[in-house]
Design a protein. Sequence first.
Length: 296
Amino acid sequence: MARGRAGKGRERGEGRRRGGREAVVEAVDGGTAELRPDPERAEGWSLMIDGAPQSHVDLADPSHLAFPYQRRLGHVIDLVAPAGQPLRVLHLGGGALTLARYVGVTRPRSTQQVVEKDAALVRLVRRVLPLDPQARVKVREGDAREGLGRVADGWADLVVADVFSGARTPAHLTSVEFLAEVRRVLAPGGWYAGNLADGPPLAYLRGQVATAAAVFPEVAVAADPVVWRGKRFGNAVLVAAGQPLPGGEFTRRVAGDPHPGRVEHGGGLRDFTGGAGAVSDAVAKASPAPRAGAFD
């Protein structure tokens, strides 16, 4: 989910035996990365950064999305256009390239760009969890907002932001100005989806909803019910567009997940913001850090 704090890592490629396969533990730019074999899936791997779960990949079945927040982003990918239709997708934050793999297998012939700042992580993922050589995925190393600025107007059908540094989303990716750049690169009818993380009292999430609403007329948010109630730190997937979103279908799919979530949109989401104001570059702050033990 979130990028862990920088720390001392093991030597390159050191392994730990798990279920007949070895975990790979390496120092990367953002801390210590571990690619951990999934004992329940023969070609499944989980990516951890400083012990914080990032993503899961099944090389045998890239359509499998194990983490709840990734399943919710998968629903966005499924709903943004008719099934099977190729998309142009910009991913801000790459991780283990889970969602790029998902797009590639569910929407063949899609064209994708990934911007990931952690060059060492990119090299690790490419080596241990290689992409399908036929996939039309271009990975660029660099800052997410700088990479966004280099994308042509109207290029993307979907922009997905899942960027964490030190377990927090950097401040410059939380503002109205950032989302205005996102909207610039979206094609007519395109959607934005962002992975956010917050805990009680959800002040950051309220501000991010208000910020998205200042740029996009349509906004919806999916999260675990205990996160909505302010009982636990966790992920929330924010979806925004220039035209009505399929709120009913998104709600149905999220509610039907193995770990059911709840979607708020329309008047309910406006009530949730509680008068929170949009965030500008001048006052933007990084997202809150999770409390100790949040990922235990």
